[in-house]
Design a protein around this ligand. Structure first.
Ligand SMILES: CC(C)(COP(=O)(O)OP(=O)(O)OC[C@H]1O[C@@H](n2cnc3c(N)ncnc32)[C@H](O)[C@@H]1OP(=O)(O)O)[C@@H](O)C(=O)NCCC(=O)NCCS
Length: 136
């Protein structure tokens, strides 16, 4: 693996940071992968927690992931994971998933979202070419 450029992962807490998350998604899912623009922002966005990976010290946004908890089932959802093309294979995707896992653990403990066995259900729909990434 090439050496990771200096970076940080934050939870987007301002409108500007949330917009930066949307922009990374639009670059990857719309411009690169040709998914329609009008379905990119969906019903989960207003209730989701948005993670932003950015280079330091420039604070250039380069990656995102989104986590949400279903109020009805208590299960969590991982969605909209994306790393800009020129920053792939640095293990940034893995780091974003790990950051989301840590947040889910903390959130489940706080909100009583765990099952009696102490586990939490996390769902994720994968694009077929990315199944190998999620398997790892
Ligand atoms: C999927 C994505 C986020 C992976 O990001 P990344 O930073 O390149 O991945 P990582 O470097 O963290 O990869 C972690 C491991 O998974 C492997 N991997 C990465 N992409 C893979 C793929 N498509 N298939 C199989 N393995 C993959 C890496 O080789 C690495 O293996 P290693 O631990 O043995 O070195 C990135 O390719 C992306 O943004 N793709 C476009 C958007 C997309 O498809 N999002 C997912 C929608 S379901």
């Amino acid at each position: 693996m090439p050496e990771q450029p200096p970076h940080e992962i934050i939870i987007a807490s301002t409108e500007e940071e949330v917009q930066q998350c949307y922009q990374v998604r639009i670059d990857v899912f719309h411009h690169e992968q040709r998914f329609p623009l009008d379905t990119e922002i969906d019903y989960l966005d207003p209730i989701a927690t948005h993670f932003l990976l950015r280079l330091t010290p420039s604070l250039t946004p380069i990656g995102v992931i989104r986590g949400s908890r279903s109020p009805s089932t208590g299960s969590y959802k991982l969605s909209r994971l994306a790393v800009l093309k020129e920053y792939r294979q640095y293990h940034f995707g893995r780091k974003l998933v790990e950051a989301l896992h840590a947040w889910i653990k903390a959130d489940a403990q706080q909100s009583g979202g765990q099952t009696t066995s102490g586990s939490v259900r996390v769902v994720c729909h994968s694009q077929i070419p990315v199944k190998g990434f999620y398997a790892k």
